[in-house]
Design a protein around this ligand. Structure first.
Ligand SMILES: C[S@@+](CC[C@H](N)C(=O)[O-])C[C@H]1O[C@@H](n2cnc3c(N)ncnc32)[C@H](O)[C@@H]1O
Length: 513
């Protein structure tokens, strides 16, 4: 197992890295070089000229999740993170979230008046917005959520109709059946809590409530329709879905980065399983027991399948989560324990045959390194709210139309927060994660209003010439040199960019270093 772990955590052989680098930058005006120079490892280089403000590249997430706490504010596709439903439904959702927050605050204030010592105030939205939200008639809100009540000009900002998760859970909705399948096949089938998982949560109004109730992965690596499952399989599935709910609850109450790590694990396990099934004869031995119908793959075939399935994540820069943050030793020990608890819960939720076939993936060092990989390649998922476009449209109407529009929509607009919340979450991007840092970067990750999905968008901050390295700032590059050094120490390097070099020299000359 140790050798397998070492092999999974080592940088892959150069030809594999080259292949991956070519895939990542294919069709874009950049390339990934395995040696960016200066001991930096890989780096992204321009192969064409970019002007200041131009998009250098867009990068779809390899894995991404929306923060659970953001779900009330933004109803988005669980795969591409486009906003779904309608402008009316998005408004209703935000207002309902504001009302719930106001009611929760009122409850906790009442409790603290009773002397339990807790403090009110969840910090959700400002008080004027909450007052406006509470003043709205509940029936009107319901009509807005159901699509019965239409607001002016919302046809000009159409959103895709929500498609239910093939497994029937209310956790994830999609913008199309294509996205639903694109999530189900490679990972969600292992992470779906099923229809009973959230019986209390009704499907949002206006959504197609007919879940197909696909079953999660079965022995042999495929997924089956619910019709073909035996009572034993049903019981096993129900037990795993219950375990999965525990895992998700633990993540939501500790650190939802565990949810993101679970997507990496699910993707890798299912890809490895597919590889095994693509070569049934090469890797099977009929003598051993498989725990399901058919022959069991040999340990060697399983290992080769895992190594190959791990390839998309193998090139990501990694470190153990509890070692690659600046946490003091006691906190590092707590983080390690938290990760161990989370992994144990996840393992209880996975099909036993996958744990048996690919054990190296489900070890604490791997789990810690996957989470550490997110830490070291940090870019948040963000998708701006389409409500901004709608408000801008209203603002551009001729005066008379505008007056009528505000008369109809005004009470709802007043109940919206000033800063319209976008979709927020955690993500890992393949090409973005190859970009090195500079304290005087020539590019930045920035989502414009028109960037309506979960892709990372890298914009040029200045003109970039072909052959030049595309660099980003991992930290606040305006901070003083000492502070920058401290922050970059968490990433495990000392920056030698022109800005740092010049400031170091100036400090040395001034006798400050
Ligand atoms: C997001 S990764 C960037 C890609 C990385 N070079 C690789 O080979 O995968 C971040 C890591 O790259 C290295 N790195 C990034 N910028 C650097 C810099 N300016 N100087 C030295 N190392 C750097 C550090 O090891 C850092 O933890």
């Amino acid at each position: 197992m140790d050798l397998e772990l070492q092999a999974l955590l080592a940088q892959p052989p150069p030809e594999q890295q080259e292949r991956r680098a070519t895939q990542l930058a294919s069709g874009l005006g950049v390339e990934v070089r395995l040696d960016a120079g200066g001991g930096k490892g890989k780096g992204v280089f321009a192969t064409q000229a970019f002007s200041a403000g131009e998009v250098v590249f867009q990068d779809p997430p390899l894995v991404a999740i929306q923060h659970t706490t953001n779900r009330g504010d933004a109803w988005v596709c669980g795969h591409c993170f486009r906003f779904i439903g309608s402008v009316e439904q998005q408004i209703a959702r935000q207002i309902m979230a504001a009302r719930e927050a106001a009611e929760a605050d009122a409850d906790s204030e009442a409790a603290s008046d009773d002397g339990d010592g807790s403090e009110g105030g969840s910090g959700h939205g400002d008080s004027l917005q909450r007052e406006a939200a509470l003043a709205l008639d509940e029936h009107q809100l319901e009509a807005l959520a159901s699509g019965e009540l239409r607001l002016p000009c919302t046809d000009a900002v159409p959103l895709p109709q929500p498609v239910r998760c093939p497994g029937g859970c209310c956790e994830d909705w999609y913008c199309s059946s294509r996205c639903a399948e694109a999530a189900w096949e490679p990972y969600h089938q292992l992470l779906c809590v099923g229809p009973e998982g959230d019986a209390e949560e009704q499907p949002p109004a206006g959504a197609d409530a007919k879940g197909r109730g696909k079953a999660a992965v079965v022995e042999g690596g495929g997924s089956s329709g619910s019709g073909g499952r035996s009572p034993d399989n049903n019981a096993e599935l129900a037990a795993r879905q219950a375990a999965l709910r525990e895992f998700l609850h633990h993540a939501d109450t500790t650190n939802d980065v565990f949810r993101l790590a679970a997507v990496v694990v699910a993707k890798t396990l299912l890809a490895a399983q597919r590889q095994l099934h693509a070569q049934p004869l090469a890797g099977s031995s009929s003598s051993s027991s498989s725990g399901g119908g058919g022959s069991e793959a040999t340990a060697e075939a399983c290992w080769r399948a895992l190594l190959s399935a791990w390839e998309p994540f193998a090139v990501g820069h990694k470190g153990l989560w509890w070692e690659c943050t600046a946490a003091p030793p006691e906190a590092a020990a707590d983080m390690r324990q938290l990760a161990a608890d989370s992994l144990e819960l996840l393992c209880a939720a996975l099909p036993p045959h996958l744990l048996r076939r690919f054990p190296a993936l489900l070890t604490l060092p791997m789990w810690g390194s996957i989470i550490g990989m997110f830490e070291l390649n940090n870019l948040a998922l963000f998708v701006p709210s389409p409500l901004r476009c709608w408000l801008d449209l209203l603002g551009q109407l001729p005066p008379e139309e505008q007056e009528a529009a505000y008369a109809a929509a005004g009470p709802f607009i007043e109940a919206l927060p000033e800063e319209l919340p976008g979709c927020e979450g955690n993500a890992f991007y393949g090409l973005h994660s190859c970009c090195n840092h500079s304290c005087a970067p020539n590019a930045e990750a920035f989502k414009r209003d028109q960037d309506g999905n979960g892709c990372a968008v890298i914009l040029a901050l200045c003109d970039i010439a072909p052959g030049e390295e595309v660099t980003l700032s991992y930290i606040d590059e305006e901070a003083p040199l000492e502070e920058r050094r401290e922050q970059l120490a968490e990433y495990g390097f000392a920056c030698a960019c022109d800005k740092c070099t010049a400031e170091e020299l100036a400090a040395e000359l001034a006798g400050g270093l």
